[in-house]
Write a protein that binds this ligand. Structure first.
Ligand SMILES: [Zn+2]
Length: 219
């Protein structure tokens, strides 16, 4: 309950714009995928949709926890989120789109959600040892890129947590809600971790009265 209240207090007009942008991107992407049948067009639509959703997810995080590299991080998160499908080509052992998009039942390895979970744990541990907030941020950035992609794909095949198995496929409503939930959970956890590790952070009041007033700059 405390989590929901503290999140609600932090959501400003910028957040709402990005939330609406994420919802529209997911809906339009899914609609276009149903409309087109050619592999090339479908591949471009799917990768672009993943990329935009990944980008917007980290954009939301940087609204609340920012540093001087925020704009590069937003771009990187979008690129990573769309590059995850590269494992289709690796699994197919072919550069041909037809082979990559029509794999047999076994899912390609980068679609295993245990990987981002391990990345998150590993980056937190490394950060604890080397005391670098960059490692922590990049770990969470990769987690966001992976999970925004996996959650969207879960609409068709569920989330896959090797060796435990897969969840049932998520409805469109559930996956969009989870995608929106992801960056705010990141903000909440990152703030907790950054303050636990004693990083110097200063509260800022955004120059825009329309945006949130509860972000922090990491210096
Ligand atoms: Zn995928």
């Amino acid at each position: 309950m405390f989590y929901v209240i503290s999140l609600a207090k932090c959501i400003g007009v910028f957040d709402l714009t990005l939330i609406i942008g994420t919802i529209l991107t997911a809906i339009i992407g899914d609609y276009l995928l149903k409309k087109f049948v050619r592999d090339l067009i479908r591949g471009i639509i799917d990768s672009t949709t993943h990329g935009i959703i990944g980008l917007l997810s980290w954009f939301i995080v940087t609204l609340h926890i920012r540093n001087r590299y925020s704009k590069y991080e937003i771009f990187c998160c979008g690129i990573f989120a769309s590059l995850i499908d590269i494992d289709h080509f690796i699994k197919a052992k072919s550069f041909r789109l037809k082979h990559a998009m029509h794999l047999a039942e076994v899912r390609p390895f980068l679609h295993c959600s245990s990987i981002p979970v391990l990345l998150l744990i590993f980056s937190t541990l490394i950060n604890y040892i080397f005391k670098s907030n960059k490692i922590l941020r990049y770990g969470w950035l990769l987690w966001t890129a992976f999970m925004s992609h996996h959650i969207r794909d879960a609409n068709r095949r569920g989330l896959w947590f090797y060796p435990f198995g897969s969840t049932p496929p998520l409805s469109s409503f559930s996956y969009i809600c989870l995608i929106l939930f992801l960056p705010y959970t990141n903000v909440y956890c990152l703030r907790f971790l950054l303050s636990s590790f004693g990083y110097e952070a200063k509260n800022y009041i955004s120059p825009s009265p329309a945006s949130d007033v509860c972000g922090i700059d990491i210096v």
